[in-house]
Design a protein around this ligand. Structure first.
Ligand SMILES: Cc1cc2nc3c(=O)[nH]c(=O)nc-3n(C[C@H](O)[C@H](O)[C@H](O)COP(=O)(O)OP(=O)(O)OC[C@H]3O[C@@H](n4cnc5c(N)ncnc54)[C@H](O)[C@@H]3O)c2cc1C
Length: 580
């Protein structure tokens, strides 16, 4: 088998992957770098981010404020050393991105404009209208083109990490255009494959967000950290799950129940004021807003639609000018996907799965416990997001920790010998597995869509905004059963060119692994914290659970759990207080 070879290999061409690639190239121009992506990089999910990216820039703000908002927003599950590094490096990274061409929106006097975001004490969210991710990804993409050592493998799908001698030494990937299975050796690998929202039925996440990188690392023996913390965003469109950005609320949008009442005032989030108030009402944190929706539903105060319950987001009072200049994409999405004009009509919304706080366990440099393997971006858990991420921290996290992982991997790769020839045999095994399980598979009675639908239902019903022991246990059994049924999957398309049936099957298998880690982590955490709400254990329990959960894969059953203390530097656990 022929093996291609690079010094550093990055899986993922989204914000984290491209930032990491630039960091490797700048740290050591002698290294050869591969960026592998299952879609063309500009189609990565980062492109769809709307609202903005947080970093301290205004004189009335401070790094400690940003750190505290992040830590309290995360219900004290964040590692505070990581948060301190994050807030310190965030402004440098954002200015650097401006120099690379990102057109940040400006105030009239030419200074960077910032908008308020949920759970933040001070306005610190930089934005480029409401297409922030699009502009950030463009700036990063065009910058990577400057560096000759960066070689791209667009539309290649990674199926396995090659691990030999306790070290990650490359990957196996399928070139989607030809179906060719290829081994690519590397001295260091950085996983930047994004999140896994597609494990749930209603999500803002693109179709490609299936937890691939989480499952790849998990199968290589690396633990997944804090997987029970799944973020619901309070304002997704029913049915499609398309996101209506938090910026709509930061500009002054209201959440109304079926009676036209601003119901958030009933949930310890402050009282209505003439202008939006930071950390209050609609600008409260996402976990609290999503939980308030469920409570409204239980009181019978939500509206009923063909795709379940919903409430209204009302931005009509902002006026046409503000909507067209500050929220043009919100209007475009509403017109195209709901056939309503938010200048004149209210927007139907419901909480939808948006983001994974958990992910591949890394340290503050992006290194995983497996030598030679790094991770950054949404796939990783450093952790700065704790039990609930604050909106606009993720885009900045891609930059700060993408750069950190790139630097660390570059230093590591520079000292390594060439990958071990033994990986050829591992790559051959993987080729045979792909052929046996997918390409040349005969027979089988199960269908991908059926298994995926059952997984969705089990996750929504058992591991949604509120969970309990019984609901989680039931879902755990369903997912285990789906894992077994997966081996009886029928594959009908055996062509080599863009075989999306095979990639969908592989993505389903990644999602099942990730689903099991989410459920088992949620089952074992018998407390409520941030986005993880157990109706049978409603209190936070710092005595037993001020600790990260680590899920280790187990071939034949649910994952094995371990716990790791949270790093507290300067902010001892306190109460989360919102509203005035
Ligand atoms: C609609 C939406 C709006 C958002 N808005 C904001 C916002 O305003 N502010 C904010 O801070 N955050 C926001 N977020 C969150 C944030 O955008 C994401 O967390 C972040 O962009 C993830 O970036 P990433 O680089 O980690 O991964 P992604 O951008 O998802 O990129 C993943 C990459 O991995 C590749 N990949 C995956 N699997 C494989 C495989 N098997 N083989 C090869 N390649 C693979 C993909 O091709 C892709 O290139 C938003 C998220 C969504 C969904």
């Amino acid at each position: 088998m022929d093996i291609l070879s690079h010094d550093v290999l990055i899986i993922g061409g989204g914000g984290a992957g491209l930032r990491a690639a630039i960091a490797v190239a700048e740290t050591n121009p002698k290294l050869s770098i591969a960026v592998i992506s299952k879609v063309y990089p500009m189609r990565s999910h980062t492109v769809s981010a709307e609202g903005g990216a947080a970093a301290v820039i205004k004189p009335n703000d401070s790094l400690d404020y940003h750190a505290y908002d992040t830590i309290s927003g995360g219900d004290w599950m964040c590692d505070q050393d990581a948060v301190e590094a994050f807030v310190k490096e965030a402004p440098q990274e954002m200015l650097q991105l401006e120099h690379w061409g990102c057109p940040w929106s400006r105030q009239e006097d030419g200074k960077i404009a910032v908008r308020p975001f949920g759970g933040m004490k001070i306005e610190r969210t930089w934005f480029a209208a409401d297409k922030t991710g699009f502009h950030m990804l463009h700036a990063l993409f065009q910058t990577t083109l400057k560096y000759d050592p960066i070689q791209r493998y667009d539309e290649w799908f990674v199926t396995k990490l090659l691990v030999d001698d306790g070290r990650c030494q490359g990957v196996v990937a399928i070139e989607l255009a030809t179906g060719k299975i290829q081994a690519i050796a590397a001295k260091a690998v950085i996983i930047c494959t994004g999140g896994c929202g597609r494990v749930f039925p209603f999500t803002t996440n693109a179709n490609i967000k299936n937890g691939d990188g989480m499952a790849l690392a998990y199968r290589a023996g690396v633990p997944l950290k804090d997987m029970e913390f799944v973020q619901y965003h309070p304002t997704g469109l029913p049915f499609t799950g398309i996101l209506i950005t938090e910026a709509a609320r930061s500009e002054g949008g209201w959440m109304l129940n079926k009676d036209g009442y601003r119901y958030l005032q009933d949930y310890n989030l402050g009282k209505p004021e003439p202008k939006p108030v930071l950390r209050s009402m609609e600008l409260g944190p996402r976990d609290r807003l999503s939980q308030a929706f469920v409570k409204e539903m239980e009181k019978g105060r939500t509206l009923k639609g063909p795709y379940g319950d919903y409430v209204h987001l009302d931005i009509r009072h902002l006026g046409e000018k503000v909507i067209n200049t500050k929220l043009p994409f919100v209007r475009e999405l509403c017109l195209k996907y709901e056939n309503i004009d938010p200048i004149k009509e209210m927007i139907p919304v419901r909480p939808v799965v948006h983001y994974m706080m958990g992910g591949v366990h890394t340290d503050i440099r992006g290194a995983t416990p497996l030598k030679g393997l790094y991770a950054a971006g949404e796939v990783a858990c450093v952790s700065i997001n704790g039990a609930n991420r604050l909106g606009s921290n993720s885009l900045t996290e891609l930059l700060v920790f993408g750069a950190r992982a790139g630097k660390a991997a570059a230093h590591f790769a520079a000292d390594q010998k060439a990958p071990n020839p033994a990986i050829a045999a591992l790559a051959l095994d993987e080729t045979e597995r792909i052929e046996r399980q997918f390409l040349w598979k005969k027979g089988g009675t199960e269908r991908i869509a059926v298994l995926r639908k059952e997984m969705h239902q089990a996750m929504e019903e058992g591991a949604g905004i509120y969970r309990n022991r019984a609901s989680l246990q039931k879902s755990a059994e369903i997912i285990r059963n789906l894992q077994e049924r997966f081996s009886d999957l029928a594959i009908t398309d055996q062509s080599f060119t863009f075989n999306t049936e095979i990639t969908a099957a592989m993505e389903l298998s990644y999602m099942l692994d990730v689903a099991e880690a989410i459920i088992q982590s949620a089952l074992q955490r018998t407390e409520s914290r941030g986005s993880h709400q157990r109706t049978d254990h409603p209190q936070r329990n710092d005595q037993n659970f001020l600790a990260h959960s680590l899920a280790y894969r187990n071939e034949s059953g649910p994952p094995r759990m371990e716990y790791l203390p949270v790093t507290i530097t300067r902010w001892p656990p306190g109460e989360r207080v919102y509203g005035r």
